[in-house]
Design a protein around this ligand. Structure first.
Ligand SMILES: [Zn+2]
Ligand SMILES: [Zn+2]
Length: 100
């Protein structure tokens, strides 16, 4: 019974919990080919739980800066919802502050 814009904000109270990652950080994610090292360290995608072995040396997958691996489509959907790595809660950028 959740209605966008309705009076549903009183419960939960998780303000700031779900912040999407900035699109440029999603676009800039590193893509790697599945090899034996990846399968050893990250045997499956923690979002959909599918085995990476099926992708061995075929489709590229995404590696987050924290070193965790996910399907490209899985992590893109995830980061559009939450900027935290599902495994270790590494924080992806939520705003453009690449100034240096
Ligand atoms: Zn996946
Ligand atoms: Zn991580």
């Amino acid at each position: 019974m959740l209605e966008p814009g309705g009076a549903v904000g009183v419960r939960g109270g998780g303000v700031g919990g779900m912040i999407p990652a900035i699109k440029s950080s999603i676009d800039g994610l590193e893509q790697v080919t599945v090899d034996i090292t990846i399968i050893t360290h990250s045997p499956s995608c923690s979002i959909c739980l599918e085995d990476f072995a099926a992708y061995y040396q075929q489709e590229p997958i995404t590696r987050l800066p924290c070193g965790h691996h996910y399907h490209v489509h899985c992590i893109v959907q995830w980061l559009e919802f939450s900027h935290l790595c599902p495994l270790c809660r590494y924080q992806m950028p939520t705003k453009d502050d690449q100034s240096n």
